[in-house]
Ligand binder design. Structure first.
Ligand code: ADP
Length: 584
């Protein structure tokens, strides 16, 4: 981990240690070398001065160069140095290690040059004669203030240098060891300091992944402990907030998912940013296909887009109801600007009022139909009563005829009221059907027998076409017989003499399908779709005094039996009415 804090903390320490250990080592080595050289210089100088004085005295006393050579040799032995006596003209007069005759003129040697001029001369140099490095120190031999020769002491540096090298190596070794140790220590300290921090980071990571069981080193008394405790508090608050948030979100989602009203939220630019399943259903799309799309693409009704635009621009709630195309739904749209919660966005709620609208229409039609249906016989009764009062009573045969017509009208009224009551009771489910297994043939026989006379009077043939082995159906026999009688009654009413009526039944899976077919006048396709509605009569002039309630009652009865009723018809050729009932 190059970016890790461990290295960031350890590296400056390591650099500092390297620099200080290196510096100390360098200084120490240099200092030691200097001390060595200084000591050497001082000891050589002392010895040289003593010898110079001795040699000067001996020369003054007339000693020969051979005598001096002996003195020099013994001095050299005593001081462990090489000693050379050089005359002031540069010629080597004596040397403790070499033969002076083989030695070149030494006037060019820097230490000699300096010694001739001043109190001393010194140099470190490689000796051509002895092929080693030497420390040379030369002092003048003075006689009466004049330099008569130069005494030069030379110490072989190889021993000292060897020692110095060892010393340097030692210092370097210790320095390296200290550095290594310090680096290791720096790393360990940094690592140890940062381990709880790393642990903390891991815990935070696991919290991020939704694991609420964080166990932080909060018991520590240091900054890490402080950080952990603060973090624990924050994490606690965060998880409570998250839980609250999740709960709120869950509630909101549940409301949105299960509400029947369609909901859209549209941003300032007209893009849909939220949609519920009801909205997707109403606008025939999928939720994910609505998000990010423009409102017009989703709702495809320009009035709703206009509703949104007006609400957005005015900052006020707008409501309008439109009939959608092509579905012809009655939809009420409410656009509310979401000022504080989502500035610029608009909440659109759509309520499908189609069912309520239809029910309202049905209710209105029903009231007007009932009034209309009642008015006709009542007006006729009124007219008949008036005619009787105006003198027809005096004419008994006419009076009897009028009374007969009045009775017919009253019968009609009674029939209609009975049917209305039946219908309302069946519709509201107040008369539970007494469903038991029944043989279809028995119901068909009973119904046909009840209507046979009426059919024959109308010049019609009526017959049953069904197999003996039909399964039993679950039915309230009286009610189903009433449905069959009603269908037969219609068939007789709408078929001209000479026609034929066939009542049949056949099994279709777990159902038995009954049918009543006639060869009558037939029903127009546009009427066929509506004949099961209350009071609907296809052709008022030919309806033969019916109430228009029979088929409506039949439909409710069959649907109450978990069956289905439908009709097929060809104008001028006849009609077929079918209904199915589940087998027992
Ligand atoms: P109604 O009491 O008027 O017969 P129904 O609900 O039974 O009322 O029938 C509704 C309308 O359906 C009738 O007025 C008639 O126009 C049409 N209809 C029903 N059955 C037949 C049929 N077998 N042939 C032709 N038209 C029919």
């Amino acid at each position: 981990m190059r970016g890790s804090l461990v290295w960031r903390i350890a590296v400056p320490f390591i650099v500092l240690i390297l620099l200080s250990v290196g510096g100390v080592s360098l200084y120490f080595t240099h200092y030691t070398e200097q001390r060595y050289t200084d000591n050497l210089h001082e000891s050589l100088k002392t010895s040289a001065n003593i010898l110079a004085r001795d040699v000067a005295e001996r020369i003054q006393n007339g000693a020969s160069y051979d005598d001096l050579a002996l003195v020099i040799s013994s001095y050299a032995e005593l001081t462990q140095t090489r000693i050379t006596l050089i005359r002031s003209d540069g010629v080597v007069a004596a040397d403790s290690l070499a033969d002076p005759k083989t030695m070149s003129n030494h006037l060019d040697r820097p230490e000699v040059k300096e010694a001739l001029k001043g109190p001393e001369g010194a140099e470190i140099r490689f000796s051509d004669t002895l092929k080693r490095r030497f420390y040379y120190l030369a002092v003048p031999v003075l006689s009466n203030g004049n330099t008569i020769a130069v005494i030069r002491l030379a110490r072989d540096l190889s021993v000292i240098e060897g020692e110095l090298r060892n010393l340097r190596m030692g210092i370097l070794g210790v320095g390296a060891a200290i550095t290594l140790l310090a680096v290791l220590l720096a790393y360990l300290v940094a690592e140890e300091t940062l381990r709880p921090l790393r642990k903390l980071a891991n815990k935070v990571q696991s919290l991020k992944q939704g694991d609420p069981n964080i166990d932080l080193p909060s018991g520590r008394k240091d900054e890490i402990g402080l950080l952990s405790r603060s973090f624990e508090q924050v994490a606690g608050q965060l998880s409570t907030q998250m839980a609250d948030f999740q709960e709120e979100r869950g509630k909101l989602e549940a409301v949105l998912r299960h509400m029947t009203d369609a909901v859209l939220i549209v941003d300032k630019a007209g893009k849909v940013i939220l949609a519920n399943p009801a909205a997707a259903k109403l606008f025939h799309t999928q939720i994910d296909q609505t998000l990010g799309r423009s409102l017009v693409e989703v709702v495809r009704q320009h009035q709703f887009v206009e509703l949104w635009r007006v609400s957005r621009d005015s900052g006020k709630q707008q409501i309008s109801t439109i009939e959608t195309s092509p579905e012809r739904y009655f939809v009420q749209g409410t656009a509310t600007p979401l000022e504080s919660s989502l500035p610029g966005s608009t909440l659109l709620v759509f309520q499908n009022l189609t069912r309520i609208h239809r029910l309202e229409t049905v209710r209105r039609d029903f009231v007007s139909n009932v009034s209309h249906e009642l008015r006709t016989p009542l007006a006729s009764l009124k007219a008949l009563t008036e005619t009787l009062q105006e003198g027809a009573l005096e004419d008994p045969p006419a009076a009897r005829r009028f009374l007969q017509r009045m009775e017919d009208e009253i019968d009609n009224l009674t029939q209609m009221v009975r049917e209305l009551l039946d219908l309302s009771r069946i519709e509201s489910g107040r008369v539970p059907f007494d469903r038991r297994p029944v043989n279809p043939l028995i119901m068909m026989d009973n119904a046909v027998e009840r209507m046979r006379m009426q059919a024959e009077r109308g010049g019609l043939k009526i017959q049953i076409d069904a197999s003996e082995s039909l399964p039993e159906v679950m039915a309230d026999a009286d009610r189903i017989e009433a449905v069959l009688v009603n269908l037969l009654h219609n068939a007789i009413k709408f078929t001209k003499p000479g026609g034929q009526i066939v009542v049949s039944a056949s099994q279709d899976g777990d159902k038995v399908v009954f049918s009543v077919r006639d060869t009558g006048i037939g029903i127009k396709p546009e009427d066929l779709a509506r004949i099961f509605e209350r009071f609907y009569k296809a052709d008022q002039s030919r309806s033969g005094g019916g109430t228009g309630l029979g088929l409506s009652i039949a439909r409710h009865t069959i649907e109450g039996h978990k069956g289905r009723i439908w009709a097929e018809s060809y104008l001028g050729q006849g009609s077929s009415f079918f209904f199915s009932l589940p087998t027992a």
